[in-house]
Write a protein that binds this ligand. Sequence first.
Ligand code: UN1
Length: 496
Amino acid sequence: MAEIVRNFIDGQWTESLSGETFERRNPADTDEMVGVVTKSAKADVDGAMRAARQAFRAWRLFPAPKRGEILFRAGELLAKRKQELGELETREMGKVLPEGLGDVQEAIDTAYYMAGEGRRLSGETIPSELPDKDCKSLRVPLGVCALITPWNFPIAIPAWKLMPALVSGNTVVFKPSSYTSVAASKLVEILEEAGLPKGVLNLIHGRGEDIGEYLATHPETDGVSFTGSTAVGEKLAAKCLGLGKKVSCEMGGKNAIIIMDDAKLDLAVEGAVWGGFGTAGQRCTATSRVVVHRDVYDRFLRLFSGAASRLRLGNGLLEGTDVGPVINPVQMEKVLNYIEIGRKEGARLLIGGKAYREGACARGYFIEPTIFGEVEPEMRIAQEEIFGPVVAVLKAGDLNEAIKIVNGTRYGLVSAIYTQDVNRSAIAERELDTGIVYINASTIGAEIQLPFGGTKKSGLGQKEAGGRGGALDMFTKWKVVYRDYSGKLQKAQIDR
Ligand code: UN1
């Protein structure tokens, strides 16, 4: 049954002022309508901003441990509704059910972790050079934050941003991707039920082209956190920084796995299949390249192609489905176009290479898992983010050459190496220029208690998630307080 999906502004679920709507259909079966969503006008953004600004006055003074308790309750509600939400994600976005459930679990983990931050959010006390004076640094919220999220992790990525923003005392205007409006609304419903005061979290639906930039550059916006493509992120960041807003962008990737001649090859093949074709390759962390030592190259290609050709495509709610559809016709076109580019560049197509329209799949946006061999580092399919089930396999003579190939793109989100040699793993760890490095594991599977983000064109500003250098650094600013209780004028640097 199709849901009616509304905006949530100042504690009220409301239709947009435009009166327009758009549809969400299941990308695995476009006959299925998942939701009818209100389409916001700029005036809706203004309303949400006013509510968030107003609510900030009280929310920043609401004790942080109590803010954390609300998140904890949200975590419990998410856990209770995990199955239902996982299934909704599969229907709205296409990822297979175990991955839908994993997505919800990532939000649960984030809720519990950030709930705990409510009792930490710690700064430092540092001795003064003068007597009877104390000094400390403390985290304070930014104010109103605009959060813009993508469709590939409909609940987890919003949670990555919402939970740290809220626990730090910010109020929020949240614009999820228009391809996952239904799932995003559920997360907001849960936070409302968990006890957020009105106006603290506001949700507006609509397309990035129509309201994304308006929201980010709005005079009332203090902080902007965006996840999406590098092209959009960089443009948005330049505008927002020019307006004096704090910005962080999580952007594209061209992640790679290195497989050395001493690797456990079966394990590496499993890692490449999971990283390359999990979520139909639609993760910023997806394995888009595999760089293989020449001595195991042929064997790897054989095993990898064999394993990938056994993957079953279909509706992710059906048991036994390994790979779901891509999100929409535009993305499908883009991925098929890259396959064409790979062919023309002279890479060797080993498996896949076209849309998959068997049986019920004809009603969805399915692409066969596709592998190219004989890929050269400078080819476009080895340089550009594809965001679909396409993997380029390259050959390297030794570890140094492999590292050079991996580092030789404009992106730097994730890299991985399969080797049994501790020295090689240490060199890879040191030399791979990515925000995340895996040893003997695939490129996907980041955990929320560590910072998440990339180097170069993959990330801009602060990182996401937990740990030192994580999202709290985005959603707070440091304030320093000196208190002089000597009762006289003391001059730093001068009184000695
Ligand atoms: C993303 O693709 O944008 O490591 C996030 C992973 C997940 C998060 C991915 N935990 O693949």
